[in-house]
Ligand binder design. Sequence first.
Ligand code: FAD
Length: 280
Amino acid sequence: MNSQQPLSFEFFPTKTVEGAEKLALVRDNLSVLDPLYFSVTYGAGGSTQEGTINTVNSIKQAGYSAAPHLSCIGSTREGIKEILNTFQNMGINRIVALRGDLPSGHRDVGEFRYANELVEFIRSETGEHFHIEVAAYPEVHPQAKNAQSDLNSFINKMNAGANSAISQYFFNIDAYLYFVDSCTKAGMDKPIVPGIMPITNYSRLAGFSDMCGAEIPRWLAKRLEGYGDDIESIKALGLDVISKLCEQLLAAGAPGLHFYTLNQSKTTLEICNNLGLSSK
Ligand code: FAD
């Protein structure tokens, strides 16, 4: 097993002191895997700005690398400039740059339409200070006109100054491999790290997958659904399926693994253990 590839772990910002204390434990549990960084999501329109900054701060203070996400929809150039300044002053040098989605009821898209414009803006304001990650969609972004236009937009976004990408999660490895292959054929060979979603709860996963356009293969959906409230069986199958997916991805040359931890450490640790990824 290739244990040289970097791992990264994604969190969402907590809202309470208890939540922050719990997340600090989760972070410390995962730190034994020596991740390249912990990333923290950012609500569209800056809705979680304070929570993102606080969570990133606590990760930094504990001595780990932190990468805030930054979404641009609904924002002004001045607002983005300010937050970039804040991140620079905090000693942050990696950002996950996104368009985000306007919350329902909001109509003002602000001064950025797509993530490539945010990437260009970050580069024009801060030069090479930040390592910029962007989002990739091996199964096609749900709002894309078609697969080819989505691929073209992705390559355009990478060429705007991104260093690497993190993919939406997927359960079908071919979707990822074909996507990487199409990028390589189009001359874009920057790293595309697969996003990994551990499976612990079927109904939540099904709802979320519907929304973000990640397909749960029929055989897997049927099996998970068939377990009903039997959480232990769902977790056991999920652990097996995701461990195998990660193993195949690393064997196929994936440049790392990015885990959507949902602020939990147990399943991610179990998957990494199955992969033989060693603790520090
Ligand atoms: P874009 O790259 O701008 O693409 C959005 C859509 O527009 C696509 O359909 C694309 O094909 C199309 N498009 C792009 N450029 C053009 C163009 N020039 N002309 C026409 N069409 C174009 N959301 C958050 O709110 N906060 C987060 O912290 C967050 N973290 C994420 C992390 C990862 C790893 C991923 C995969 C997603 C994350 N998201 C987050 C969700 C993301 O914001 C949504 O998927 C959003 O709908 C698209 O963001 P994007 O940056 O991929 O957009």
